[in-house]
Structures are given as structure tokens and as C-alpha cells.
Write a protein that binds this ligand. Structure first.
Ligand code: SF4
Length: 341
């Protein structure tokens, strides 16, 4: 157990956790919604510190992050539990648990060492919600940055502003889910009614902390595939994050408690791409459809392909810094000098 960083003591040995927007008010001996923070005699502890459920050297494109060090390998770490309880969770074996299960302990220094040993350019906290081992990700992010590695959160975006501001100085990328654009959609998908703080976090990550932000919407038939949801998300990205922010619309596959819902038809993803483009977004990608032509990055200005992707094979064709090598248009891409062409 590791003492939590963001909590306040209340009367009768209760505590309030301020790590995510649930702000759980927890009695002594009890746990919060995520099951990974526990009140022990009036002090809040995180049960997950360094408890890794999943570890891999992944292509950064798998997160998905398409405009952030394209073609690089990222040391990817997940723990246990989640502050959302999504019926269609694809990682439910690690997310929907009441305690950290048997796994490997990887302390922050070891994570940095392993990232380098496996030739990774950075570290991502992914697979489950990073906020539920917040203290660990913060300690690790500081060390990673000192070691010259990039850092990325793959998140549902439900952390508090306090948590975001604590880790903001040490995070380079924020890959955030925007699951819908109404309380009804968020409630149906994740049992979350107050969802707009998620949007505020994405904006704050970009504006205050200068993180690279990419947005994912998993398109679930008859829940968030209507024009109202999709146009709402697309216009919000354009207006609040900017037209160069990548939006990934990904195919839903039945998982966990939503095996009665069909996988999303390819046409509904292509319709979402159209909506994104009509809203003015320059980069909209279909995900979970290997070989789909939208996987490539095409310059919106001259129309030429600048990054080619086939599955997780990425080939940089024509970048000059963060811009198109053909016409100079800004493509909002963070890239290493040594791998650019
Ligand atoms: S991190 Fe967990 S305990 Fe803390 S507020 Fe969120 S759900 Fe509750």
C-alpha cells in the first residue's frame, strides 16, 4: 500500500479522495468506486502502486497516437481496476476487479530501465485507467522525463483538475476518450452522468500543460453513432482543441457485458469520418479496421501521403519537423530529429 497524494480527512475517520471526479467519500475500512483506493484508519492508500497487470513494448500507434513520435516503440504499463465501469470494456479482465491481482511489481526506476532495455522511446500508462495508480504514474513520469523518455497517458479523462495539474508538468501526451456528447450516452456506456469535466481536462492538458492531445471515440451502434453525438464531438474538438487534433473513430467489438451489441459497421465509421471532415477536422482516422485507407496521414493542404500505415507498420514518407515536407503545412506532429526524414 502507498499513501494517496490527493485526499482530505473528514469527520469520523472518513476521507474524500480527490484523484478523480467521483470524489469518493470513503468510510474507514472501505474502498472507493475504483476499488484501488482504501481508507485505512482515516488515511487513504492506493493499493496498486507498482502493481503491473500488463507490460509490453508496443508501437505508439497502438494507443492510438498517430501524430506523436510516429513509428516509435513505447513501453506500455497497465495496472488493475478502473473508475469507470463500461459494459463493453475490452480489458475487463484487468479493469473489472476488486483488488490488484497477482502480477509483477515494477517500481518506477525499473520501468525506466526496462523501457530503455527494450529500445522504447517513451512510457505510456495504458490498458486500464492510469488515474487508479496515480501516485505510481506520477513518480514514474518524473523519472522518465529525467531520463529523456517521453510520457503518455491513455485515459478516460475523468481525473480531477488537481491530479491533472500535479502530473501535467511531466506528461507529453494525453490520449483521451470522448465516448459521447450527452449525459445519456455517457451513462449508458460508462455509468457517468457528469461528463463535461472530461472535456475541460483535454483542453487544460493542451493549453496549460502543452501536451499533445489525441481523441478517441469508440463508435457503438445505437448508443453514440448518431449525428448529434458525432457532430457534437467533432465540433467540440475543432473549437476547443483545434482543427489539427487527430480524432480516431474506432470500431466497437462486442466484449464483456455488451456481447448482445453488434460490432459497428464499417459504414458507420466512414460516416463518422465524413462528419469529422465536414466539421473541419484535418485528421480523422478509422480504428480497428486493419488496412482501411484512413490509417495513412495525408496532408490536408497538398493532398500527398506523408505517413503510411499498414496495421502497426509505420513508414514516415515526407515530414520536415512537424510539417509536410512537400508543401510545408503544419501537421501537428511531434517527432524526433533522428527519425524524421
Ligand atoms: S480514484 Fe477511485 S477512490 Fe479516488 S475518487 Fe476516483 S474512483 Fe473514487
Amino acid at each position: 500500500m502507498h499513501q494517496a497524494m490527493l485526499f482530505e480527512k473528514l469527520i469520523d475517520s472518513r476521507v474524500r479522495c480527490n484523484t478523480c471526479q467521483w470524489h469518493c467519500n470513503i468510510a474507514a475500512g472501505r474502498k472507493g468506486v475504483c476499488r484501488m483506493y482504501q481508507n485505512v484508519d482515516g488515511i487513504l492508500y492506493n493499493l496498486n502502486y507498482a502493481q503491473a497487470s500488463s507490460v509490453a513494448a508496443d508501437p505508439i500507434e497502438k494507443k492510438p497516437l498517430f501524430h506523436f513520435y510516429p513509428g516509435s516503440q513505447v513501453f506500455s504499463l497497465g495496472s488493475w481496476g478502473c473508475n469507470f465501469h463500461c459494459g463493453g470494456c475490452q480489458n475487463w479482465e484487468i479493469s473489472c476487479v476488486n483488488n490488484p491481482l497477482k502480477g509483477g511489481q515494477i517500481l518506477p526506476l525499473e520501468a525506466v530501465r526496462l523501457a530503455k532495455e527494450y529500445g522504447c522511446r517513451g512510457i505510456a500508462w495504458t490498458y486500464n485507467e492510469p488515474t487508479v495508480w496515480f501516485e505510481y504514474t506520477l513518480d514514474s513520469a518524473k523519472l522518465a522525463r529525467e531520463s529523456g523518455l517521453y510520457t503518455a497517458y491513455v485515459s478516460n479523462g475523468f481525473m480531477t483538475t488537481e491530479a491533472l495539474d500535479a502530473i501535467g508538468p511531466y506528461l507529453d501526451a494525453y490520449r483521451i476518450d470522448v465516448k459521447g456528447f450527452t449525459a445519456e450516452a455517457y451513462t449508458e456506456l460508462a455509468n457517468i452522468k457528469e461528463w463535461k469535466g472530461i472535456l475541460d481536462n483535454a483542453k487544460r492538458a493542451r493549453e496549460k500543460w502543452k501536451m499533445h492531445v489525441e481523441v478517441v471515440t469508440n463508435i457503438v451502434p445505437e448508443i453514440n453513432d448518431d449525428d448529434f453525438q458525432l457532430e457534437g464531438i467533432a465540433h467540440w474538438i475543432k473549437e476547443e482543441l483545434g482543427e489539427l487534433t487527430p480524432w480516431h473513430v474506432t470500431r466497437f467489438y462486442p466484449h464483456y457485458n455488451m456481447t448482445d451489441v453488434q460490432e459497428s459497421p464499417v459504414e458507420s465509421l466512414e460516416h463518422a469520418i465524413d462528419i469529422g471532415k465536414k466539421a473541419g477536422l484535418k485528421f480523422v482516422y478509422a480504428g480497428n479496421i486493419p488496412g482501411h485507407e484512413s490509417e495513412n496521414t495525408t496532408c490536408y493542404s497538398c493532398g500527398k501521403m506523408v505517413i503510411q500505415r499498414q496495421g502497426y507498420q509505420t513508414k514516415i514518407l515526407a515530414l520536415k519537423d512537424d510539417s509536410c515536407a512537400y508543401c510545408g503545412a503544419n501537421l501537428n506532429i511531434r517527432i524526433d530529429r533522428e527519425i524524421k526524414q
